[in-house]
Design a protein around this ligand. Structure first.
Ligand code: NAD
Length: 363
Protein backbone atom coordinates (compact mmCIF):
# COMPACT_ATOMS: atom_id res chain seq x y z
CA UNK A 1 0.00 0.00 0.00
CA UNK A 2 1.07 3.61 -0.52
CA UNK A 3 0.79 5.59 2.72
CA UNK A 4 0.96 9.40 2.83
CA UNK A 5 2.13 11.48 5.81
CA UNK A 6 1.29 15.16 5.17
CA UNK A 7 2.78 18.03 7.11
CA UNK A 8 0.25 19.27 9.69
CA UNK A 9 -1.04 22.77 8.93
CA UNK A 10 -3.13 23.59 12.02
CA UNK A 11 -1.88 26.55 14.10
CA UNK A 12 1.21 25.49 16.04
CA UNK A 13 0.61 21.82 15.31
CA UNK A 14 4.11 20.43 15.52
CA UNK A 15 3.25 16.75 15.70
CA UNK A 16 3.58 14.38 12.76
CA UNK A 17 1.57 11.18 12.29
CA UNK A 18 4.57 8.84 12.08
CA UNK A 19 8.17 9.11 13.28
CA UNK A 20 10.94 7.23 11.40
CA UNK A 21 10.34 4.04 13.45
CA UNK A 22 6.81 3.81 12.00
CA UNK A 23 8.08 4.41 8.47
CA UNK A 24 10.73 1.71 8.99
CA UNK A 25 8.08 -0.77 10.16
CA UNK A 26 5.76 -0.12 7.19
CA UNK A 27 8.46 -0.09 4.51
CA UNK A 28 9.90 -3.34 5.91
CA UNK A 29 6.51 -4.91 5.29
CA UNK A 30 6.66 -3.88 1.65
CA UNK A 31 4.66 -0.64 1.81
CA UNK A 32 5.68 2.68 0.32
CA UNK A 33 5.60 5.69 2.65
CA UNK A 34 5.43 9.22 1.24
CA UNK A 35 6.39 11.91 3.75
CA UNK A 36 5.80 15.57 2.90
CA UNK A 37 8.97 17.67 3.01
CA UNK A 38 9.60 19.07 6.50
CA UNK A 39 6.64 17.13 7.96
CA UNK A 40 8.81 16.10 10.94
CA UNK A 41 10.51 19.45 11.43
CA UNK A 42 8.29 20.52 14.34
CA UNK A 43 9.09 17.26 16.12
CA UNK A 44 12.84 17.66 15.43
CA UNK A 45 12.83 14.87 12.83
CA UNK A 46 14.74 15.67 9.62
CA UNK A 47 13.85 14.56 6.10
CA UNK A 48 17.14 12.63 6.05
CA UNK A 49 16.05 10.58 9.06
CA UNK A 50 12.86 9.65 7.20
CA UNK A 51 14.83 8.75 4.06
CA UNK A 52 17.11 6.53 6.15
CA UNK A 53 14.03 4.76 7.52
CA UNK A 54 12.83 4.07 3.96
CA UNK A 55 10.48 6.99 3.21
CA UNK A 56 10.22 8.99 0.01
CA UNK A 57 10.20 12.74 0.65
CA UNK A 58 7.58 14.58 -1.41
CA UNK A 59 7.56 18.32 -2.10
CA UNK A 60 3.85 18.96 -2.62
CA UNK A 61 1.02 18.17 -0.22
CA UNK A 62 -1.29 17.14 -3.08
CA UNK A 63 1.10 14.34 -4.09
CA UNK A 64 1.18 13.02 -0.52
CA UNK A 65 -2.63 13.11 -0.38
CA UNK A 66 -2.69 11.03 -3.58
CA UNK A 67 -1.62 8.00 -1.46
CA UNK A 68 -4.10 5.18 -0.78
CA UNK A 69 -4.07 5.79 2.99
CA UNK A 70 -3.33 9.19 4.51
CA UNK A 71 -2.29 9.24 8.18
CA UNK A 72 -2.51 12.57 9.96
CA UNK A 73 -2.67 13.95 13.47
CA UNK A 74 -5.37 16.64 13.41
CA UNK A 75 -8.59 16.81 11.44
CA UNK A 76 -8.20 18.11 7.88
CA UNK A 77 -8.67 21.88 7.62
CA UNK A 78 -10.74 23.54 4.89
CA UNK A 79 -7.61 24.07 2.74
CA UNK A 80 -7.17 20.29 2.68
CA UNK A 81 -10.72 19.36 1.60
CA UNK A 82 -9.64 19.74 -2.04
CA UNK A 83 -7.54 16.59 -1.64
CA UNK A 84 -10.54 14.43 -0.69
CA UNK A 85 -11.60 11.80 -3.23
CA UNK A 86 -13.66 8.65 -3.43
CA UNK A 87 -12.02 5.67 -1.77
CA UNK A 88 -9.31 7.66 0.05
CA UNK A 89 -8.62 5.98 3.39
CA UNK A 90 -8.07 8.69 6.02
CA UNK A 91 -6.77 7.70 9.46
CA UNK A 92 -6.55 10.64 11.91
CA UNK A 93 -8.31 12.52 14.73
CA UNK A 94 -11.61 13.90 13.38
CA UNK A 95 -13.93 15.07 16.22
CA UNK A 96 -16.82 15.33 13.74
CA UNK A 97 -19.56 15.91 16.35
CA UNK A 98 -18.26 19.47 16.62
CA UNK A 99 -17.54 19.97 12.89
CA UNK A 100 -20.38 19.78 10.34
CA UNK A 101 -18.47 21.26 7.35
CA UNK A 102 -15.79 18.56 7.60
CA UNK A 103 -18.42 15.84 8.02
CA UNK A 104 -20.20 17.02 4.87
CA UNK A 105 -16.96 17.27 2.89
CA UNK A 106 -15.95 13.70 3.82
CA UNK A 107 -19.38 12.35 2.86
CA UNK A 108 -19.70 14.31 -0.41
CA UNK A 109 -16.27 13.18 -1.56
CA UNK A 110 -16.67 9.52 -0.57
CA UNK A 111 -13.72 9.46 1.85
CA UNK A 112 -13.46 6.39 4.09
CA UNK A 113 -12.52 8.12 7.32
CA UNK A 114 -11.48 6.33 10.50
CA UNK A 115 -11.15 8.55 13.58
CA UNK A 116 -8.44 7.72 16.09
CA UNK A 117 -10.70 8.88 18.92
CA UNK A 118 -13.42 6.36 18.04
CA UNK A 119 -11.26 3.25 17.62
CA UNK A 120 -12.57 1.14 20.48
CA UNK A 121 -11.84 -2.53 21.28
CA UNK A 122 -14.29 -4.80 23.10
CA UNK A 123 -13.08 -3.54 26.51
CA UNK A 124 -14.52 -0.10 25.54
CA UNK A 125 -11.23 1.72 26.09
CA UNK A 126 -10.14 4.41 23.61
CA UNK A 127 -6.52 3.39 22.95
CA UNK A 128 -5.81 6.05 20.31
CA UNK A 129 -7.30 8.91 22.30
CA UNK A 130 -5.63 7.89 25.58
CA UNK A 131 -2.02 8.92 24.80
CA UNK A 132 -3.05 12.47 23.85
CA UNK A 133 -5.43 12.63 26.80
CA UNK A 134 -2.56 11.69 29.10
CA UNK A 135 -0.53 14.54 27.64
CA UNK A 136 -3.33 17.13 27.55
CA UNK A 137 -4.37 16.22 31.11
CA UNK A 138 -0.87 16.69 32.44
CA UNK A 139 -0.51 19.93 30.47
CA UNK A 140 -3.85 21.24 31.76
CA UNK A 141 -2.59 21.46 35.34
CA UNK A 142 0.67 23.16 34.43
CA UNK A 143 -1.02 25.55 31.96
CA UNK A 144 -3.65 26.39 34.58
CA UNK A 145 -0.94 27.07 37.16
CA UNK A 146 0.72 29.41 34.68
CA UNK A 147 -2.47 31.36 33.91
CA UNK A 148 -3.23 31.70 37.62
CA UNK A 149 -0.24 34.02 37.85
CA UNK A 150 -1.40 37.63 38.02
CA UNK A 151 0.85 38.64 35.13
CA UNK A 152 -1.05 36.18 32.94
CA UNK A 153 -4.51 37.43 33.93
CA UNK A 154 -5.10 35.02 36.82
CA UNK A 155 -5.85 35.59 40.51
CA UNK A 156 -2.21 35.54 41.45
CA UNK A 157 -2.27 32.24 43.33
CA UNK A 158 0.51 29.72 43.74
CA UNK A 159 -1.15 26.29 43.65
CA UNK A 160 1.02 24.86 46.41
CA UNK A 161 0.51 27.83 48.74
CA UNK A 162 3.26 28.24 51.33
CA UNK A 163 3.30 27.54 55.07
CA UNK A 164 0.64 29.76 56.61
CA UNK A 165 -1.10 30.56 53.28
CA UNK A 166 -3.79 28.41 51.65
CA UNK A 167 -3.21 26.13 48.68
CA UNK A 168 -4.96 26.63 45.36
CA UNK A 169 -8.22 24.75 44.71
CA UNK A 170 -8.28 22.72 41.50
CA UNK A 171 -11.59 21.24 40.35
CA UNK A 172 -11.43 18.56 37.67
CA UNK A 173 -14.76 17.79 35.95
CA UNK A 174 -14.51 14.32 34.39
CA UNK A 175 -12.25 11.69 35.92
CA UNK A 176 -11.22 9.67 32.86
CA UNK A 177 -7.77 9.73 31.27
CA UNK A 178 -7.51 13.54 31.03
CA UNK A 179 -8.96 13.99 34.53
CA UNK A 180 -6.67 11.44 36.16
CA UNK A 181 -3.58 12.92 34.57
CA UNK A 182 -4.60 16.50 35.35
CA UNK A 183 -5.21 15.51 38.98
CA UNK A 184 -1.88 13.70 39.17
CA UNK A 185 0.06 16.84 38.20
CA UNK A 186 -2.16 19.16 40.27
CA UNK A 187 -1.58 16.98 43.34
CA UNK A 188 2.13 16.99 42.52
CA UNK A 189 2.04 20.80 42.42
CA UNK A 190 0.56 20.76 45.92
CA UNK A 191 -3.00 21.88 45.14
CA UNK A 192 -6.25 20.88 46.86
CA UNK A 193 -7.83 18.71 44.16
CA UNK A 194 -11.47 17.69 43.70
CA UNK A 195 -12.50 15.32 40.89
CA UNK A 196 -16.13 15.02 39.79
CA UNK A 197 -17.45 12.19 37.61
CA UNK A 198 -20.86 10.65 36.92
CA UNK A 199 -19.52 7.11 37.20
CA UNK A 200 -19.49 5.75 40.74
CA UNK A 201 -17.22 2.93 39.57
CA UNK A 202 -14.74 5.49 38.23
CA UNK A 203 -14.88 7.52 41.45
CA UNK A 204 -14.02 4.33 43.37
CA UNK A 205 -11.03 3.71 41.10
CA UNK A 206 -9.84 7.29 41.57
CA UNK A 207 -10.23 6.93 45.33
CA UNK A 208 -8.04 3.81 45.25
CA UNK A 209 -5.44 5.50 43.01
CA UNK A 210 -5.18 8.80 44.90
CA UNK A 211 -6.17 7.83 48.44
CA UNK A 212 -6.60 10.92 50.59
CA UNK A 213 -4.78 13.26 48.25
CA UNK A 214 -7.93 14.10 46.26
CA UNK A 215 -11.61 14.60 47.07
CA UNK A 216 -13.91 12.64 44.75
CA UNK A 217 -17.47 13.83 44.17
CA UNK A 218 -20.52 12.85 42.13
CA UNK A 219 -20.88 15.13 39.12
CA UNK A 220 -24.22 16.95 39.14
CA UNK A 221 -25.16 20.60 38.72
CA UNK A 222 -25.47 21.16 42.47
CA UNK A 223 -22.02 19.79 43.29
CA UNK A 224 -20.38 21.47 40.30
CA UNK A 225 -21.81 24.85 41.31
CA UNK A 226 -20.68 24.31 44.92
CA UNK A 227 -17.13 23.54 43.80
CA UNK A 228 -16.98 26.51 41.43
CA UNK A 229 -17.53 28.98 44.28
CA UNK A 230 -14.11 28.28 45.76
CA UNK A 231 -12.27 27.07 42.66
CA UNK A 232 -9.10 28.75 41.49
CA UNK A 233 -8.61 26.46 38.50
CA UNK A 234 -11.30 24.34 36.80
CA UNK A 235 -10.29 21.68 34.30
CA UNK A 236 -12.89 20.33 31.83
CA UNK A 237 -12.23 16.65 31.13
CA UNK A 238 -15.58 15.10 30.21
CA UNK A 239 -16.22 12.79 27.27
CA UNK A 240 -19.32 11.01 26.05
CA UNK A 241 -17.67 9.05 23.22
CA UNK A 242 -18.60 10.25 19.74
CA UNK A 243 -20.92 12.95 21.07
CA UNK A 244 -20.59 16.67 21.40
CA UNK A 245 -19.52 17.51 24.97
CA UNK A 246 -22.47 18.29 27.29
CA UNK A 247 -22.79 21.84 28.64
CA UNK A 248 -22.22 21.19 32.34
CA UNK A 249 -21.24 24.70 33.39
CA UNK A 250 -23.76 27.38 32.41
CA UNK A 251 -23.02 31.08 32.11
CA UNK A 252 -24.77 31.65 35.47
CA UNK A 253 -22.51 29.06 37.08
CA UNK A 254 -19.39 30.77 35.72
CA UNK A 255 -20.56 34.04 37.27
CA UNK A 256 -20.27 32.46 40.76
CA UNK A 257 -16.57 31.90 40.15
CA UNK A 258 -14.33 34.59 41.64
CA UNK A 259 -12.83 37.03 39.10
CA UNK A 260 -9.51 35.98 37.57
CA UNK A 261 -10.17 32.28 38.19
CA UNK A 262 -8.97 30.06 35.35
CA UNK A 263 -10.74 27.48 33.20
CA UNK A 264 -8.77 24.99 31.08
CA UNK A 265 -11.34 23.07 29.05
CA UNK A 266 -9.59 20.09 27.52
CA UNK A 267 -12.95 18.84 26.21
CA UNK A 268 -13.12 21.84 23.85
CA UNK A 269 -12.25 19.54 20.92
CA UNK A 270 -15.73 18.03 21.34
CA UNK A 271 -17.33 21.45 21.80
CA UNK A 272 -16.43 22.12 25.45
CA UNK A 273 -18.41 21.88 28.72
CA UNK A 274 -18.68 25.62 29.48
CA UNK A 275 -21.52 27.68 28.02
CA UNK A 276 -19.22 30.70 28.10
CA UNK A 277 -16.96 29.18 25.44
CA UNK A 278 -17.93 30.76 22.15
CA UNK A 279 -14.81 29.71 20.25
CA UNK A 280 -11.91 27.32 20.07
CA UNK A 281 -8.56 29.07 20.54
CA UNK A 282 -5.06 28.45 19.21
CA UNK A 283 -1.62 28.24 20.79
CA UNK A 284 -0.91 31.70 19.32
CA UNK A 285 -3.78 33.29 21.26
CA UNK A 286 -4.96 30.64 23.72
CA UNK A 287 -7.20 32.50 26.17
CA UNK A 288 -10.08 34.93 26.47
CA UNK A 289 -11.93 36.37 29.46
CA UNK A 290 -15.66 35.79 30.00
CA UNK A 291 -17.55 36.77 33.17
CA UNK A 292 -14.20 37.75 34.68
CA UNK A 293 -12.81 34.23 34.24
CA UNK A 294 -9.81 33.34 32.06
CA UNK A 295 -10.79 30.61 29.54
CA UNK A 296 -8.14 28.44 27.85
CA UNK A 297 -9.73 26.56 24.93
CA UNK A 298 -7.02 25.09 22.71
CA UNK A 299 -8.13 21.96 20.83
CA UNK A 300 -4.67 20.66 20.00
CA UNK A 301 -2.84 21.05 23.28
CA UNK A 302 -0.35 18.19 22.67
CA UNK A 303 0.79 20.02 19.51
CA UNK A 304 2.88 22.17 21.85
CA UNK A 305 4.93 19.22 23.13
CA UNK A 306 5.66 17.40 19.85
CA UNK A 307 8.80 15.64 21.01
CA UNK A 308 6.64 13.80 23.52
CA UNK A 309 3.36 13.67 21.61
CA UNK A 310 4.52 12.43 18.19
CA UNK A 311 6.05 9.37 19.79
CA UNK A 312 3.22 8.76 22.26
CA UNK A 313 0.69 8.90 19.40
CA UNK A 314 2.51 6.57 17.05
CA UNK A 315 3.25 4.11 19.88
CA UNK A 316 -0.51 3.51 19.87
CA UNK A 317 -1.51 4.08 16.22
CA UNK A 318 1.15 1.87 14.63
CA UNK A 319 -0.51 -1.45 15.48
CA UNK A 320 -3.71 -0.28 13.78
CA UNK A 321 -1.86 1.32 10.84
CA UNK A 322 -0.20 -2.02 10.20
CA UNK A 323 -3.56 -3.83 10.18
CA UNK A 324 -5.01 -1.26 7.74
CA UNK A 325 -1.96 -1.37 5.46
CA UNK A 326 -1.58 -5.15 5.41
CA UNK A 327 -5.20 -6.15 4.70
CA UNK A 328 -8.03 -5.19 2.34
CA UNK A 329 -10.31 -2.65 4.07
CA UNK A 330 -13.43 -4.87 3.76
CA UNK A 331 -11.61 -7.67 5.61
CA UNK A 332 -10.39 -5.30 8.32
CA UNK A 333 -13.89 -3.95 8.86
CA UNK A 334 -15.35 -7.46 9.02
CA UNK A 335 -12.71 -8.85 11.40
CA UNK A 336 -11.63 -5.94 13.61
CA UNK A 337 -14.25 -4.54 15.99
CA UNK A 338 -12.03 -1.70 17.25
CA UNK A 339 -11.35 -0.31 13.77
CA UNK A 340 -14.94 -0.89 12.63
CA UNK A 341 -16.15 1.24 15.53
CA UNK A 342 -13.73 3.97 14.45
CA UNK A 343 -15.26 4.41 10.99
CA UNK A 344 -16.99 7.80 10.78
CA UNK A 345 -17.71 8.02 7.04
CA UNK A 346 -17.71 5.21 4.49
CA UNK A 347 -18.60 5.16 0.82
CA UNK A 348 -20.39 8.52 0.91
CA UNK A 349 -22.31 7.82 4.13
CA UNK A 350 -22.02 8.95 7.73
CA UNK A 351 -21.63 5.78 9.81
CA UNK A 352 -21.41 7.00 13.41
CA UNK A 353 -24.79 7.31 15.12
CA UNK A 354 -23.53 9.69 17.83
CA UNK A 355 -22.23 12.18 15.25
CA UNK A 356 -25.44 11.89 13.16
CA UNK A 357 -27.54 12.69 16.25
CA UNK A 358 -25.45 15.67 17.33
CA UNK A 359 -25.31 17.16 13.84
CA UNK A 360 -28.93 16.22 13.00
CA UNK A 361 -27.77 14.35 9.89
CA UNK A 362 -28.77 11.03 8.30
CA UNK A 363 -26.52 8.03 8.82
P1 NAD B 1 -12.41 9.46 29.00
O1 NAD B 1 -13.47 8.70 28.30
O2 NAD B 1 -11.19 8.76 29.47
O3 NAD B 1 -13.01 10.22 30.27
C1 NAD B 1 -14.20 10.95 30.22
C2 NAD B 1 -14.81 10.92 31.60
O4 NAD B 1 -15.93 11.82 31.59
C3 NAD B 1 -15.35 9.55 32.01
O5 NAD B 1 -14.77 9.13 33.23
C4 NAD B 1 -16.86 9.78 32.15
O6 NAD B 1 -17.47 9.00 33.17
C5 NAD B 1 -16.86 11.26 32.49
N1 NAD B 1 -18.15 11.92 32.34
C6 NAD B 1 -19.13 11.72 31.42
N2 NAD B 1 -20.16 12.55 31.66
C7 NAD B 1 -19.82 13.30 32.75
C8 NAD B 1 -20.45 14.32 33.49
N3 NAD B 1 -21.69 14.75 33.18
N4 NAD B 1 -19.80 14.86 34.55
C9 NAD B 1 -18.57 14.45 34.89
N5 NAD B 1 -17.92 13.46 34.23
C10 NAD B 1 -18.54 12.90 33.19
O7 NAD B 1 -12.03 10.68 28.02
P2 NAD B 1 -10.65 11.45 28.01
O8 NAD B 1 -9.69 10.65 27.19
O9 NAD B 1 -10.29 11.83 29.38
O10 NAD B 1 -11.00 12.74 27.12
C11 NAD B 1 -11.71 13.84 27.65
C12 NAD B 1 -11.82 14.92 26.58
O11 NAD B 1 -10.54 15.52 26.33
C13 NAD B 1 -12.28 14.41 25.20
O12 NAD B 1 -13.17 15.33 24.61
C14 NAD B 1 -11.00 14.35 24.41
O13 NAD B 1 -11.21 14.39 23.01
C15 NAD B 1 -10.36 15.61 24.93
N6 NAD B 1 -8.95 15.81 24.57
C16 NAD B 1 -8.62 17.09 24.19
C17 NAD B 1 -7.32 17.41 23.88
C18 NAD B 1 -6.99 18.84 23.54
O14 NAD B 1 -5.89 19.09 23.04
N7 NAD B 1 -7.85 19.80 23.85
C19 NAD B 1 -6.34 16.42 23.91
C20 NAD B 1 -6.70 15.12 24.29
C21 NAD B 1 -8.02 14.83 24.65
Amino acid sequence: MIIGIPKEIKNNENRVALPPSGVFDLTNRGHKVLVEKDAGKGSAISDDEYIEAGATIIEKAEDVWAAEMVMKVKEPLQEEYKYFRKGLLLFTYLHLAANKPLTEALIENGVNAIAYENVQPADNTLPLLAPMSEIAGRMAAQIGANYLERINGGKGILLSGVPGVRRGNVVVIGGGVVGLNAAKIAVGLGANVTILDVSVARLKELDIIFGNSVQTMMSNSFNIQGCLKTADLVIGAVLIPGHKAPTLVTKEMVTVMPDHSVVVDVAIDQGGIFETEDRVTTHDDPTYVKEGVVHYAVANMPGAVPQTATYALSNSTMAYANILANNPLEKVLADNLAIRRGVNTFNGKLTLEAVAKDLAMDY
